[in-house]
Write a protein that binds this ligand. Structure first.
Ligand SMILES: *Cc1c(COP(=O)(O)O)cnc(C)c1O
Length: 384
């Protein structure tokens, strides 16, 4: 089977893991965590990085550090991996779900501006309120879908206008940029990266937050390490045990040494699909807006509406041909726990998600295997 997106362990992973064992530093103490944080900060263009057990836990703690509390609303795109909205729910808050822009699959800033204007008001205590429910609007959580940074200039301008903190879910956007600025430095208070096994760079599992604000970095580190004061058992806040381990960071450091190799591979794979599948009018490839340096985390196709009903057949036939092709995210407004969350109308998300098929795009994918995938996709379309 040609896999969809598997880890590519071509570097010093085994050597660094052996160092963890030899040194006994297998838990949260050890040299790799700090080294990993420095590498992530440098690659994202931010001053500070703090590593965590997962991307989801990083988002949760970042929302808490941004002041999100029970019953608040946090603005997020509905078209995202479920972890973005689960992190909001973990705070006792609710997502306020927004549609995406069709050219980028990221939060639509025009819709955001209109909706904030029409559907919010300032309460006497100065807080921003959602008119219909009376809930406080507490933060904005843009998602850098597929490694495409959201359109952050207008989003940050709105966040400033409405005094809202911004926590970016840049899970798969390490090494990407927006209008020449690196993904960790686009104006968000916190920017999260994930190092889950299917991401471009993995730590086995893990996450990180980057920020340019020293106080925010300190608060986040404090919150994610049990909010301990001093080295005894004094704690001044309700903290989390969300620290990355040295074992995860050992894998992460070895992977980070190959970040550029992996990004180049992802780009090559995306362009090879684009060129190899060119001229078939039954689908398009994934978006690639000109104002970003795209991470191309996943590659794949979007079937034209007339062919959407064939997606399950295509998927099965490709599987039979030894090719792992899968659907992509189902939007949050269609998921049981978030079905009653406030939401904009969703013409773009509803229109796109049932038509997406992701194709094998591991950074270790060989040219031969990718040629097989392209041939198989072409063949299956002629059989429809
Ligand atoms: C992978 C991913 C996450 C979750 O990260 P984990 O490290 O798996 O917890 C969150 N959001 C998006 C958009 C993702 O792609």
């Amino acid at each position: 089977m040609i896999s969809l997106a598997i880890p590519n362990l071509i570097g010093r992973e085994a050597e660094y893991l052996q160092e963890c064992i030899s040194s006994t530093f297998v838990s949260t103490v050890g040299p790799f965590v700090g080294r990993f944080e420095e590498m992530v900060a440098a690659a994202s263009g931010a001053k500070y990085a703090v590593a965590t057990s997962a991307g989801t836990t990083a988002l949760h703690a970042a929302l808490v550090a941004s002041g999100v509390v029970h019953n608040d609303l946090v603005i997020a795109p509905s078209f995202t991996f479920i972890a973005s909205v689960a992190a909001i729910a973990h705070c006792g808050a609710q997502p306020w779900l927004f549609d995406i822009a069709p050219h980028s699959w990221t939060l639509d800033p025009v819709l955001l501006a209109e909706t904030l204007m029409e559907q919010t008001e300032r309460a006497p205590d100065g807080s921003l309120r959602h008119k219909v429910t009376g809930q406080r609007v507490a933060a904005i959580l843009p998602v850098y879908t597929l490694g495409i940074p959201a359109d952050m200039d207008p989003i940050i301008a709105l966040a400033r206008e409405y005094s809202l903190p911004v926590v970016s879910d840049a899970a798969a956007a390490l090494g990407t940029s927006y209008k020449t600025r690196s993904s960790g430095s686009l104006g968000a208070d916190f920017t999260m990266f994930s190092f889950n096994g299917n991401k471009t760079v993995t730590a086995g599992g893990g996450g990180a937050i980057v920020t340019n604000d020293e106080e925010k970095a300190k608060l986040f580190r404090h919150l994610t390490t049990t909010a301990r004061v001093g080295s005894d058992y004094d704690h001044d806040m309700v903290g989390f045990n969300y620290r990355m381990t040295n074992i995860q960071a050992a894998v992460g450091c070895a992977q980070m040494e190959n970040l550029d190799v992996f990004l180049t591979a992802k780009r090559r794979i995306a362009l090879t699909y684009r060129d190899g599948l060119h001229g078939i009018d039954m689908f398009e490839v994934f978006p690639d807006p000109e104002y970003v340096r795209n991470g191309h985390w996943f590659s794949g196709i979007v079937l034209n509406s007339d062919f959407a009903r064939h997606l399950p057949i295509l998927r099965n036939r490709l599987r039979e041909a030894g090719i792992d092709a899968r659907p992509f995210w189902k939007p949050a407004h269609l998921q049981i726990p978030y079905a009653n969350a406030p939401a904009t109308s969703m013409p773009v998300s509803d229109g796109i998600w049932p038509r997406v098929l992701t194709l094998p795009c591991s950074t270790g994918l060989t040219e031969d295997d990718q040629a097989k995938v392209i041939d198989a996709v072409k063949l299956e379309f002629t059989r429809l």
